[in-house]
Design a protein around this ligand. Structure first.
Ligand code: GRF
Length: 221
């Protein structure tokens, strides 16, 4: 059997996506292993969740550092010590220094609650409702220096319903987001996804559009 893909997860908050990855790891026939969960907020529930699952944790408070670059350099030196094949940003609420990020491009993904390229940044559910969108969703993309701007690997979508509020829409999207992230990490673990310039290769072929990962999981080409 090939070795399990080593995954480091960075999370700042609640950790529901991390929880989905922990569950997926158990179901993945040991295709991947979360070797570290690191975060910038020592009190984050995500770190408690990792501890309960017996995963190594690292809480690194940015307040002890003079600037973003020195914090990010220290964080990623510690991450590198775990030799990850893939770094997953799962609700990591910091923008990364481009110089520190550069060597990780192609090995780092982020889950974002919108159908990118729509609605980079925050308040995505509110913005989708205000725009009158019929469809909303979540994306998993490669992390590049452009905020929420890297090549999109996979998306899950759902219909916006009359009367939806940002809270109801977020609540309906969250389980889809969890499946999307878990399925995408598992595709990485099967070595089926790779970054190629500004594009994404899936089973060796450049994707014309992101994979659609709506439940049940069936990657369409
Ligand atoms: C998710 O909505 C994710 O898409 C966004 O931050 C949120 C994190 O939630 N990047 P959780 O901490 O995984 O519960």
């Amino acid at each position: 059997m090939t070795q399990a893909m080593r995954v480091v997860v960075l999370a700042s908050g609640r950790g529901s996506n991390l929880g989905a990855l922990i569950a997926a790891q158990r179901e993945s026939d040991a295709r991947f292993e979360i070797v570290l969960v690191a975060g910038d907020r020592p009190e984050a529930p995500a770190l408690r969740l990792a501890e309960e699952a017996g995963i190594a944790t690292l809480a690194l408070d940015p307040r002890g550092y003079p600037d973003r670059a020195s914090y990010d350099a220290d964080l990623f030196a510690r991450v590198a010590a775990y030799a990850p094949d893939l770094v997953v940003l799962a609700g990591f609420m910091r923008i990364l220094d481009p110089g520190v990020l550069a060597p990780w491009v192609g090995r780092m993904i982020n889950v974002h609650p919108s159908l990118l390229p729509k609605y980079r940044g925050l308040r995505t559910h509110e913005r989708a409702i205000k725009a009158g969108d019929a469809l909303h969703g979540a994306s998993v993309h490669f992390v590049t220096p452009e905020l929420d701007g890297g090549p999109v690997i996979a998306q899950a979508d759902l219909a916006v319903e009359a009367g939806d509020t940002p809270a109801t829409l977020a609540a309906r999207l969250l389980p889809l987001e969890h499946r999307l992230l878990a399925a995408t990490v598992d595709l990485f673990a099967q070595r089926r996804i790779a970054l190629d310039g500004d594009g994404v290769r899936f089973d060796g072929a450049l994707l014309a559009t992101p994979l659609r990962v709506n439940a049940p999981f069936s990657p369409a080409r």
